[in-house]
Design a protein around this ligand. Sequence first.
Ligand code: GDP
Ligand code: GDP
Length: 440
Amino acid sequence: MAGFTVAIVGRPNVGKSTLFNRLLEQRKAIVDDVSGVTRDRQYGVADWNGKSFNVIDTGGFVHGSDDVFEREIRKQVKIAMDEANVLLFMCDAATGITDLDDNMAEILRRSSKPVLLVVNKVDNNNRMLEATEFYSLGFERVFFMSSMSGSGSGELLDAVVELIPEEEESAEDAETKEIPKIAIIGQPNVGKSSLLNALIGEERNIVSDIPGTTRDTIHTHYKMFQKDFILIDTAGLRRKTKVHEDLEFYSVIRAIKAMDEADVCLLLLDAVNGITQQDLNIFSLAARKGKALVILVNKWDLIEEKKTNTARDYEKQLKERLAPFNDVPIIFTSVAEKQRIFKAIEEGLRVYENRKRKVQTSKLNEVMLKAIESFHPPVVRGIPIKIKYVTQLPTYTPAFAFFCNLPDDVKQPYRNYLENQLRTHFDFQGVPIKLFFRKK
Ligand code: GDP
Ligand code: GDP
C-alpha cells in the first residue's frame, strides 16, 4: 500500500535507532537534524518479502526537566499515532519496565492503530526469562528481539508486513492510472497552498502567514495544456499546532506519504531561506523512491536587487548542494506574482515523460559502447573490464543493465561517468536513474 508508515516510539536508549538501521540495512537513513530538544529523527524505506514501507524513528529527547521530558515524549507518541499506520513500541529488557514505559503504554493502549510491543536487548536466554514481565503492559502482540544481533527481527518484520493491506485497485485507481500525479511538497510556509490555489484559480484553502492553519490534503484532478493530471497537495495539517518542530514533523510525514502516491514531486523551496538540510533530506528520499523531481525556488519576488546573474548563480549553488543527482529542472517562481507557475507544471509534465522514456536497445548500444570505447573502465588486478552490451530494463523508473566480465569491480567514478553519458545523450532530466552491472 502506498504510503504505509511504521513509527518506532519509545523512551531514549531502548534501541530505536539500532532497530531503524537494521530495518533499513545498508541504505542510508535520512536524518532530520532538529538540534536542541530532540535527537535526530530519522526517516527511511524498508523492504521485507517484496513489500516496502516507510519507517520513522521518532528519536528520543536528550535533555529537559522531567516534566518537559515527559510532555515532549507524549507529544511525539501522539503525532506518531496520528500519522503512522503501525506503531512499534520499544522497551528495554535490560532495564525492565520504567515509569516512562508505563506512561507511554497508557497512551498507546488507547491507540486505534495496531501497536506491536517490541522488547529489545533480549540478547540471551536469561534476558528472555526476565523479559516476560513486559506482558504486564497489556499488549496483545509482543516481540522479543535483539536489535544488535538481529535475532527476532524476522518475526517482527513478518508481523509488520502482514498488516500492510493488499494493493487492491479501485475503479477510481484504474481510471486515473494513466494520469500523471504531481505532488506539491516542501516545508511549512514555502507556498504550497498558495501555488495550488493559484493553479486552481479559486480559494480552495485558506492561505495565511501563520503555519498550521487547518487545511486538508487535497487531490485535484486538473486539466491544462490539453493534458490531464492530478495535483496532490500536502499542505493540509489536521491539527493546529504552534510548535514549529511539530509542524515540521507532521509535514515531513505527509510529504513522504504524498511522494508514494505521486509520479512527480514539485519540491518548493523558500528563495530567501535557501535550501536547508531538511529540504535535501526530502529531495534524496524522493530520488530514492524513484520519483521525478522539479525544484521550485519560490518567493523569488522577495529577492532584492536582481542582477543579471542572480538566478544563474543561485542555480549553480543549488546544484552543488543537490549533487550527485542534480540533473533537475530548477524554476524560479513567485506564486504571489503568478510568475512561472504554469512553467512549473509544464516542467512537471515534461519530467513525467522523461521518467517513462524507453531508449531503443540498438540506439543505446550505439551511443554507450562508443562512450565506453573513448573512456575505458580502469584495469583491475591486471584484467581490463569489458562492457559488451547495455539494455534498458522494463522497470517503471529508468534502469539500465550493463553486461560485463567483472560486474563487481565497476566502481563509483566510472558508474558516474556512464550515468552522465546517458544523461548527455538521452533526456532524463529530473529523473533518478539506476545502473546495474551483470555478468553476461
Ligand atoms: P534509542 O535512543 O532508543 O534510539 O537507542 P539506540 O539505538 O541509540 O541504542 C541505545 C544503546 O543500546 C546503544 O548503546 C545500543 O548499542 C544499545 N543497544 C541497542 N540494541 C541493543 C540490543 O539488542 N542489545 C544490547 N545489549 N544493546 C543494544
Ligand atoms: P504552505 O504552508 O507551504 O502551504 O505555504 P502557504 O501557501 O500557506 O504560504 C505561506 C505564506 O507565504 C503566505 O503568507 C503566502 O501568501 C506567502 N507566499 C506564498 N508564495 C509566495 C511568493 O511567491 N512570494 C511571496 N512574497 N509570498 C508568498
